[in-house]
Design a protein around this ligand. Structure first.
Ligand SMILES: [Zn+2]
Length: 370
């Protein structure tokens, strides 16, 4: 039996497509025209009956520019496809209005929506293309209906590279996504595998933001009875993806892709001594002229599940504070808990905390600047 999953994961790009943005329909225009054209085949049916009331930012939220980079939403299409069981957390399927109340309560100005790995939502290749599209359109509608409050990290139906390239174009050009969300692994291929080079080439061309989120590789499901994959495997899988991206030279070949890693980079900060040694070895020394830490320090790392003194002191010693961004992993953790952890972990000054709260994330999603 497969292990129970615990949780997943535009101003776009300053790519050349931006030059054409004024010729493209806005997200609202597109969705409006899609409905007018009876595009029910591509939009989840539940969308049509759900009331997405317009919602201006609540009083006070304009001042609080806190941005949650690691924020999960379960679109109705996923619940229809996978059933409710993988999303048993009551807040998984909150309405946008319930979400806004929670964001306001915690002073979060904007949340970047991505799907969670529960139920391995895109594992069925025969359904992944349609599901990814429905999820992305759902997020785009949340962002349109609640301006300035929700951002879009669009999912791709990998390992189907051709379909994924098509979805990148649709996500950025039509849905105006803020970035792309990829799992660290698809089957037994980690990010950095040559099979994904066309994806990285396109994201590099678009100077895209890439939010990455761990999942469980085929090799490593349910290894310890009664210990969910999220507990050990996901932090480890994040480390595998970072390692593969750096040591295959993928990150260096596609330097314009602005990558974020979940959960403080997993176990990577703890294992850094081994990575530094490997980077200095004859095989890799030319790839790491400034060493491993300098290369890893170009990525961004969110704080979800790592706001404890041990994890944050390690991460903050390894990478500049400019690379650390606030993330909650909602609904599995709350913003209040993560904020308390960050304040009390002892790794950051008040000025650092402000950067982590919003300034660092604004480098990735500048449209949320208030
Ligand atoms: Zn997550």
């Amino acid at each position: 039996m497969r292990a129970q999953r615990n949780e997943f994961s535009a101003h776009p790009p300053n790519d050349d497509s931006d030059c054409h943005s004024r010729f493209r329909p806005s997200r609202r225009e597109f969705l409006g025209s899609a409905f007018a054209a009876g595009a029910t085949a591509v939009l989840a049916p539940s969308l049509l009956s759900r009331s997405f009331a317009q919602s201006a930012p609540a009083a006070g939220s304009a001042k609080a520019a806190r941005i949650d980079l690691h924020y999960h939403v379960t679109p109705p299409a996923l619940i229809q496809e996978l059933g409710a069981q993988p999303f048993a957390n009551a807040a998984s399927n909150w309405t946008p209005e319930q979400r806004l109340m929670d964001l306001d309560r915690n002073g979060v100005a904007a949340a970047m929506c991505s799907i969670a790995p529960q139920g391995d939502p895109l594992a069925d290749a025969s359904k992944a293309v349609k599901l990814a599209r429905e999820c992305n359109e759902y997020f785009a509608r949340m962002a349109t209906d609640h301006p300035g409050r929700f951002g879009v990290f669009a999912s791709l139906p990998l390992p189907n590279v051709d379909a994924a390239l098509h979805e990148i174009e649709y996500a950025f050009n039509t849905l105006k996504a803020d970035g792309i969300a990829l799992f660290t692994v698809y089957g037994d291929k980690w990010l950095g595998d040559p099979a994904f080079d066309p994806i990285f080439a396109e994201l590099n061309r678009r100077k895209a933001v890439l939010f990455t989120h761990p999942n469980t590789a085929n090799c490593c499901r349910n290894l310890l009875p009664n210990v969910g994959d999220g507990t050990i495997e996901w932090g480890t899988d994040t480390t595998r993806a970072i390692t593969n991206l750096l040591f295959t030279g993928t990150a260096a070949r596609y330097p314009n892709v602005r990558m974020t890693f979940s959960h403080g980079g997993g176990t990577m900060p703890y294992l850094v001594e081994r990575f530094e040694a490997l980077a200095k070895s004859p095989k890799f020394a030319s790839q790491f002229p400034q060493g491993f830490a300098a290369a890893a320090g170009k990525f961004y790392y969110d704080t979800a599940w790592t706001t404890n003194p041990e994890a944050m002191s390690a991460l903050s010693k390894l990478v500049p504070v400019s690379q650390i961004v606030f993330g909650t992993d909602f609904p599995y953790l709350t913003a209040a808990d993560q904020l308390k952890g960050l304040k009390e972990c002892g790794a950051f000054s008040a000025a650092d905390l402000e950067k982590i709260d919003s300034q660092n994330a604004l480098a990735l999603v500048p449209r949320f600047r208030v």
